[in-house]
Design a protein around this ligand. Structure first.
Ligand code: ADP
Ligand code: MG
Length: 540
């Protein structure tokens, strides 16, 4: 059993586990009793035993129902607990959490409702049956005892092979998906260069590889159940044939023989079913693994309660190193930087240099593995994260707009703001002109994801948002990338007003935006290169 499964099992309250175990044992006992009654009734042609037989079978069914009820409730309880923990958690990965919270965690149902009861049955039933067989006919009991371990052994062997094949299948599916996305994104370019024929060949080859992997995995899956069936059938035959011969020779009573024949398959059944249940629960185990991963992730810095003044702060990065989980190298390595109060520092560097990461660190959204960020001398890690974020204005590289009115989109910076302040912010961000030109002005409702505004307008709305938020610290992440010259000029004009009298860090490439900065720092591969002085900073 993997660690995840053990941990998942550990989430079940002990009393539920005990209850399920007792129920499984009671079902086993009833099964053995029913087999005995059946053998007696048939051998003795005794109809008087039939009501008892019916009662035993019915009792077993009722117990199975109660057991599934208990397991289902426990599953719901565990899911609720996990969801609460995920909701409460400060884990930074919002995307993964949403999937888990909504649909993902329901996948653990088969684990609790199917796999766990079956696991208990597999623990309880074979010993019960073997014990009864020892009492009835020890020779048969020995055969069962010897062949019983073959089922799990073959199951594990086949399972390992299936896991390897399924892994290959997943890998090829990922490759196919990634390649397909690239091709679709670059379709117009490919057409222009007459390379569509080649690409369809590549997609066909990848699809063929995926098809082969899938059918391979399916073949193994079907073969595996066949192998297990065969092992069980042969084992039962090993018991049945001698019993038949001894019945013929009169070396064994009919009722004993019947009892052995009825009981023997029941010893293998739970083990065989366990394999199927295990496969059915695999998705849930994967979902649980993901949930545990999110829960175990180091919490997003929530910080302490240190309070600093509300003025325009000085920000100092002291040998900050950031490493993303799963990444090889460091995104930022020993970056030291001092941004004086009211200073505007531009960050340049090639893509992947760590510019966005630098801004995220200052925003307190990514925690460095070593080094410190000091705000007016106070470590960011000791500060109240919510209060700090309230003092920040943030214009991301690709700001998100919501399917709401333009005014509400700007109001995200300060939900309580009246329309006059919204208009003022838009004016400062040079967004007023195009908003006024829209069909219903500030009341115009944008499409899903902000459809209906251009990239430049989107950036200016984000600047207006930051303006309305009005904190003393501004973080701008390449706000003019992909803008035409006119939009750029408008945005820079708006940004200039936004940055006035504030401490600012802006990621910039183009000269227009760089002109707003007092100093330029160049990042390369997560390290600060020799600073290039454009002009003297206000307080370097
Ligand atoms: P820039 O903004 O300069 O293009 P980033 O700060 O976005 O660079 O990224 C710096 C490095 O960190 C890159 O190598 C990037 O691949 C990696 N990186 C960025 N975000 C993540 C993330 N969430 N998880 C893992 N690696 C990341
Ligand atoms: Mg970036």
């Amino acid at each position: 059993m993997k660690g995840v499964e053990r941990r998942l099992l550990g989430l079940l309250p002990r009393r539920v586990l005990v209850a399920l175990g007792v129920l499984a044992a009671a079902q086993g006992v009833l099964m053995v009793v029913a087999a005995g009654l059946l053998a007696e009734a048939v051998a003795g042609l005794d109809a008087g035993l039939l009501p008892w037989l019916v009662a035993a079978v019915a009792g077993r069914a009722v117990l199975a129902w109660v057991s599934s009820l208990v397991a289902g409730r426990a599953a719901a309880e565990v899911k609720r607990g996990l969801r609460e923990a995920l909701l409460r958690g400060e884990a930074p990965d919002a995307g993964a959490r949403v999937t888990l919270l909504t649909r993902g965690l329901d996948a653990v149902d088969p684990f609790f409702a199917g796999y766990v009861p079956q696991l208990l049955a597999a623990c309880v039933m074979p010993p019960l049956v073997v014990a009864r067989l020892v009492a009835a006919d020890w020779a048969s009991a020995v055969v069962v005892l010897v062949t019983l371990p073959l089922v799990p052994v073959f199951g594990v062997l086949v399972g390992m092979r299936t896991a390897a094949l399924t892994g290959r299948q997943w890998a090829s599916l990922h490759r196919l998906g990634g390649h397909f996305r690239d091709v679709v994104a670059g379709l117009s370019t490919l057409r222009a260069f007459g390379r569509t024929g080649h690409q369809s060949g590549v997609v066909r080859a990848l699809a063929e590889e995926h098809r082969r992997a899938t059918t391979g995995a399916l073949r193994i899956a079907f073969l595996s159940s066949l192998v297990l069936e065969l092992v069980c059938a042969l084992s039962v035959a090993l018991v049945a044939v001698p019993v038949g011969l001894r019945l013929l020779e009169g070396g064994m009573g009919l009722s004993t023989g019947l009892l052995v024949l009825v009981l023997t398959p029941e010893a293998y059944l739970p083990l065989r079913a366990l394999g199927a249940r295990f496969h059915a629960s695999a998705e849930g185990v994967a979902a649980a693994e993901e949930a545990f991963g999110v829960l175990d992730a180091p919490p997003a810095p929530s910080g302490g309660r240190a309070v600093v003044g509300e003025g325009v702060p000085e920000i100092v990065l002291d040998r900050v190193t950031v490493r993303y989980p799963g990444a090889d190298g460091a995104a930022l390595e020993e970056v030291s930087l001092r941004i004086a109060a009211g200073e505007r520092v531009a960050v340049t560097g090639p893509s992947g240099a760590g510019k966005s990461t630098l801004l995220l660190v200052v925003a307190g959204l990514v925690r460095p593995v070593s080094g410190r960020v000091l705000v007016d001398g106070v470590d960011l890690a000791d500060m109240d994260a919510v209060a700090w974020r309230r003092r920040l204005g943030w214009v991301p590289q690709r700001p998100h707009l919501f399917a709401a009115s333009v005014a509400d989109n700007i109001r995200l910076g300060d939900p309580g703001a009246g329309l006059d302040r919204v208009v003022e912010a838009a004016r400062a961000a040079v967004a007023d002109g195009f908003v006024a030109g829209m069909s219903q002005g500030y009341a115009t409702v944008l499409g899903e994801g902000g459809a209906g505004v251009s990239a430049g307008q989107r950036q200016r709305l984000a600047v207006a948002r930051a303006y309305l938020a009005g904190g003393p610290v501004m973080l701008l992440d390449e706000p003019t990338a992909r803008l035409d010259v006119r939009s750029e000029r408008a945005l820079v004009e708006g940004a200039a007003r936004l940055l006035e009298g504030r401490t600012a860090l802006l990621v910039a490439h183009r000269p227009a935006l760089l002109s707003l900065a007092g100093r330029v720092v160049r990042l390369e591969g997560g390290r600060v290169e020799v600073p290039v002085g454009l002009r003297e900073g206000k307080a370097a």
